[in-house]
Design a binder for this molecule. Structure first.
Ligand SMILES: Nc1ncnc2c1ncn2[C@@H]1O[C@H](COP(=O)(O)OP(=O)(O)OP(=O)(O)O)[C@@H](O)[C@H]1O
Ligand SMILES: [Mg+2]
Length: 343
C-alpha cells in the first residue's frame, strides 16, 4: 500500500510517499527556519504564509521524484499507484496546519482517494518503523523528545498507547533552544549547535554542575525549567567556558531522560525502546541509551537523524499502521491535540 503524506504542523512543509509504512519512496522537506532565526522564534503568521508558498512546489517535487523512482511515464500512473493520502491534523500552529489539511482534502477529492488523519506526535514515533534494521517488537517504551513535547508512552501495539508521563513545564527541545540562546550559540533551534559545542569540552568536572530535576521522583514526569534557570545563574555569575557549560547542561538533560526512560523499560519489561522527535537526534542521548539498553537487553531503535525532525515520511508510516476510516468532512486541523488525543 502506497501512501502520500503531507506535514505542515509548524515551519516545515513536507511531503512523502511511503510503501507499507516502512519503505521510503520519495520525501521532500522545505523549511522557513531562517526567517524565524531573525525574530528568535516562530512568528505564526510568517510560518503559515511560507507554508502557502512552499506547499505546491513541495508536493510537485515529491510527485516528480516518486514518478522517476518508479519509472512511470506520466502523472496518471502516479495517481493510480497511490492507495491513500495522509495528513498531519495536529498539534501545531493553526495557520500552518490548515494549509496541509486543506491541500490534502482537495487532493483526496480530485484523486478520489481516502484521506487518513495523523497525530504529529504519534507520527514522530513511527520514524522507528521506516527502513528499520529490525522489526519493532511489542510492547515498547517510546520516548518522545521534540521542540514542543516530552512524553513517555507505553506502546502495546499499533494504536495502543498508554501515557506514562511527560514534562510538567518546558519540553527538552525548548530547554536546549533557550539555553543555546542564553549562551549566544543560536537565536532559534540551537539544540544541535549546542551539542556540537559541548563535544569540544575536554575539562572533567568532579561533581555534577547542574541539577537533575525530578530524576528520582516516583513517576515518569520531567521538569526542565529549573535546570534552565540554574544554567542562567551560572552564566550570569561570569562563566565564560561555553563548551564545558554546554556539555554539563547536555549531561543533565540526558541523565534525566535516560534514567526515567530506563525505569519504564525495566518496570514494564518491554522488548523495544523507541525514540522520536528532534532531540532524539542528540548524539549523547543516543550514546547513553545505547549503553543502558545493552545492559538490560532491550532493543533500542535509532531513527536516522533526518527522520527525527519534522518530515512527512513518518506521517505516512503512522497512517499505514493506524488506518482508521474517517469521513473527509470530519477531518479538521486540531492545533491542541496531545499524544493521547484531544486534551
Ligand atoms: N542534536 C540535537 N540535540 C539536541 N536537540 C536537538 C538536536 N537536533 C534537534 N534538536 C532540537 O529538536 C527540536 C526540534 O524538533 P522537532 O522538529 O521534532 O520539534 P517540533 O516539531 O518543533 O515540536 P513538536 O514535534 O513537539 O511539535 C528543537 O528544539 C531542536 O533544538
Ligand atoms: Mg515535530
Amino acid at each position: 500500500m502506497k501512501i502520500l503524506a503531507i506535514e505542515t504542523s509548524c515551519d516545515e512543509t513536507a511531503c512523502a510517499v511511503v510503501e507499507d509504512g516502512v519503505k521510503e519512496l520519495a520525501s521532500v522537506v522545505a523549511s522557513s527556519k531562517e526567517l524565524h532565526e531573525a525574530t528568535g522564534g516562530v512568528v505564526p503568521e510568517v510560518a503559515s504564509r511560507k507554508q502557502m508558498e512552499f506547499m505546491m512546489p513541495v508536493l510537485e517535487k515529491t510527485v516528480e521524484d516518486y514518478r522517476q523512482k518508479m519509472g512511470f511515464e506520466g502523472r496518471e500512473q502516479v495517481v493510480e499507484s497511490i492507495d491513500a493520502l495522509a495528513v498531519t491534523v495536529g498539534p501545531g500552529l493553526i495557520g500552518s496546519l490548515v494549509v496541509g489539511v486543506t491541500t490534502a482534502k482537495a487532493l483526496a477529492l480530485a484523486w478520489e482517494k481516502p484521506l487518513i488523519p495523523v497525530n504529529h506526535l504519534i507520527g514522530h514515533i513511527y520514524a522507528n518503523f521506516v527502513d528499520s534494521q529490525k522489526k519493532v517488537e511489542f510492547p515498547a517504551v517510546c520516548l518522545l523528545v521534540s521542540g514542543g513535547h516530552t512524553d513517555l508512552v507505553l506502546m502495546r501495539g499499533h494504536g495502543e498507547f498508554e501515557y506514562l508521563g511527560g514534562t510538567l513545564d518546558d519540553a527538552a527541545g525548548e530547554c536546549f533552544d533557550k539555553v543555546a540562546r542564553m549562551m549566544g550559540i543560536s537565536k532559534y533551534l540551537g539544540g544541535q549547535l549546542l551539542s556540537e559545542k559541548a563535544a569540544g569540552c575536554e575539562k572533567a568536572f568532579p561533581d555534577k554542575l547542574f541539577p537533575r530535576p525530578m530524576i528520582f521522583s516516583d513517576d515518569y514526569d520531567f521538569s526542565f525549567s529549573g535546570l534552565k534557570t540554574a544554567v542562567k545563574r551560572y552564566i550570569d555569575g561570569g562563566e565564560r567556558d561555553i563548551p564545558c557549560t554546554a556539555r554539563e547542561f547536555e549531561e543533565a538533560v540526558v541523565d534525566v531522560l535516560a534514567v526515567k526512560t530506563m525505569k519504564a523499560v525495566k518496570n514494564f519489561r518491554v522488548k523495544s525502546l523507541l525514540i522520536g522527535g528532534g532531540v532524539s537526534a542528540n548524539r549523547r542521548l543516543r550514546e547513553r541509551l545505547r549503553e543502558e539498553a545493552e545492559k538490560v537487553g532491550v532493543f533500542l531503535h535509532l531513527p536516522p537523524p533526518r527522520l527525527c525532525t519534522d518530515n512527512a515520511v513518518y506521517i505516512a508510516s503512522s497512517a499505514y499502521f493506524n488506518n482508521k476510516k474517517v469521513k473527509l468532512q470530519d477531518i479538521k486541523a486540531d492545533p491542541s491535540l496531545g499524544i493521547m488525543g484531544r486534551l
